[in-house]
Design a protein around this ligand. Sequence first.
Ligand code: ATP
Ligand code: ATP
Ligand code: MG
Ligand code: MG
Ligand code: MG
Ligand code: MG
Ligand code: MG
Length: 251
Amino acid sequence: KRSMACSRFEYVKSFELDDSILPNVWIVIRIDGKKFHKFSKAHDFEKPNDENALNVMNAAATAVMQEFRDIVLAYGQSDEYSFVFRKETAAFKRRAAKLLTYVTSLFSSSYVMQWPKWMQLPLAYAPCFDGRVVLYPSEQNLKDYLSWRQADVHVNNLYNTAFWKLVLEKGLTNQQAEAKLRGTFSADKNELLFQEFGINYNNLPAMYRKGTILLRKRVILGEKSRQAVVPLHEDLISSQFWKKHTEILGK
Ligand code: ATP
Ligand code: ATP
Ligand code: MG
Ligand code: MG
Ligand code: MG
Ligand code: MG
Ligand code: MG
C-alpha cells in the first residue's frame, strides 16, 4: 500500500466511480440464492417447505444484522432476504458497492457456517447469492416493497402447498398437478386443500405463509435486559404491524 501511495501509478485510483447513495432514502439490499431450485434438490429439501433450510437462512440473516447495526429490519422467504437500513445510515459512507458486497458476502459465509447446525447432509458445493440495492424515498414505498415480498410468499406457498399435496399424496405427476392448478384462484386452492386433504391453509405454520421478519427488540435475560434480533412471522401488509413496531420507522 505504502509503495503505491504517491507513485506515478496512483492516478489509476481516480478511475473508481463515486457510488455514494443519496441522503434521506431507505436503502434496501435484497439477496437471492443462485439456482436454489437445483440447490434444494441437491440437498434433499423437504417440499414445499424445508423448515431447517429456512432456519439456515434466518440464522445467516441474524448474523448480518448483528454485524451491521444500522439494519432496522430484515425480511426473508424462500431463498431470499431483504435488509432495510435506517434512512440516516452513514455506514461505509453510504457507498453502494461496499454496502452491497459486505452484506452479500457476510450472508453467504454465514449461511455456510450455519449449515451444519441445522442440516443433516453436508454441503455438496458452495452456495452463492446475488444481491441488489434498491432505494425507496417514502415510507409508503418501503411498506409497499415489503408487502410485495410478503404477497409473493403467500401466492407461491399456497400454490406449492396444493401442488405438492397432489403429487405426494394423490400420486399425480408434476404435469397433472400443474394442469389441475392452472387458472385457479386463491379461493379455489384453499377449497381444494380443505375438501381433498382436510387442510385449513391458515393453520399451516406462519413461517411458511408469512416469511420471517427480523427486528431488534429489548429482551429480558435473567436480571438484565438487552437488545436482540428476534424473528416474527406476522402480517406486515396490515397497518397494525407498523403501529405495533414503531421503532422500525424511527418514531
Ligand atoms: P479494511 O476493512 O479497510 O480493508 P483491513 O484491515 O482489511 O481493513 P487492508 O488495507 O485491506 O486493511 O489490509 C489487509 C491487512 O490484512 C494487511 O495490512 C495485513 O495486516 C493483513 N493480512 C492480509 N493478508 C495477510 C497475510 N497473508 N499474511 C499476513 N497478514 C495479512
Ligand atoms: P435464480 O438463480 O434465478 O434465483 P432459483 O432456482 O433460485 O433461480 P427462485 O425463484 O429464487 O429460483 O426460487 C428458489 C427456489 O428454491 C424455490 O422455487 C424452491 O424450489 C427452492 N427453495 C428455497 N428454499 C426452500 C425451502 N426452504 N424448502 C424447499 N424449497 C426451497
Ligand atoms: Mg486490502
Ligand atoms: Mg481489507
Ligand atoms: Mg434471482
Ligand atoms: Mg434464487
Ligand atoms: Mg428466490
